[in-house]
Ligand binder design. Sequence first.
Ligand SMILES: C[S@@+](CC[C@H](N)C(=O)[O-])C[C@H]1O[C@@H](n2cnc3c(N)ncnc32)[C@H](O)[C@@H]1O
Length: 253
Amino acid sequence: MGVKRSVEQQFGPVAEEYATFNVHAAGPDLAPMLAAGEMTGNEQVLDIGSGPGHTALLFATKAQRVVASDPTQAMLDQGKRLAQERGLDNVMFECTSAEKMPFADAAFDRVTSRQSAHHYADVPAALREVARVLAPTGRFVLVDTFSPEDDELDAFLNRIELFRDSSHVRDYRVSDWRDMFAEVDFELTDVAAWDIPLNFEDWVRRSRTPEEEVAMLRASFASASSRVRERFAVDDKGNWSVPVGLVVGTRKA
Ligand SMILES: C[S@@+](CC[C@H](N)C(=O)[O-])C[C@H]1O[C@@H](n2cnc3c(N)ncnc32)[C@H](O)[C@@H]1O
């Protein structure tokens, strides 16, 4: 495989695509995420790994204030543009990684993270930061690609994700999240899961995957076992379905 790209190298050039890509801009998880936030309208919300802000801007319609944070400035610039287009003036933007955030202790009532945790270099550090900045009665609403509990399926999923995007770190299992939540005294509630269909060509175009890795992906799909093909609904063109889940973390009583 080629050289590992940094998060900024991976996401900076494709920020515009992520602002319009329909699985992100209008995924089936967005409305359930907002519902899981149990918003009253008075909340201070922090969205981490905000990208072009699809989650932050949605929560801004039901919150007092939202901070959209991400280490890739080009992504935040897309979020600023979308906030302006929608007339949202309660969204602030902060360029920061989740592992070390410049926010005060207990500053937020809700923390959200959507489709970004599998890029975090150090999830336990990010969770310690989430626990620090979240108020005692706060809620952490997490959506990510969740790997199956089965070793073969887990290995396949993480291998293709890494071929496609060399900044990929790991799609964790729900059981991993439960263990990592427990380390920061969060209880995990398993809310929902979806298999979201992906078109192979769009998927690799959006991430600008180099040709060599595209060839490796094609080979991986072509040689996948029948269990893998069945679980991820792989077809002969390499179209497949990604398992996405929503969990909520609250402090243990
Ligand atoms: C797929 S985009 C996020 C999509 C967005 N949350 C949404 O709702 O559409 C993934 C984002 O994760 C960000 N990211 C990568 N590593 C990160 C880290 N360590 N901390 C916070 N964000 C990170 C990237 O910069 C990128 O913008």
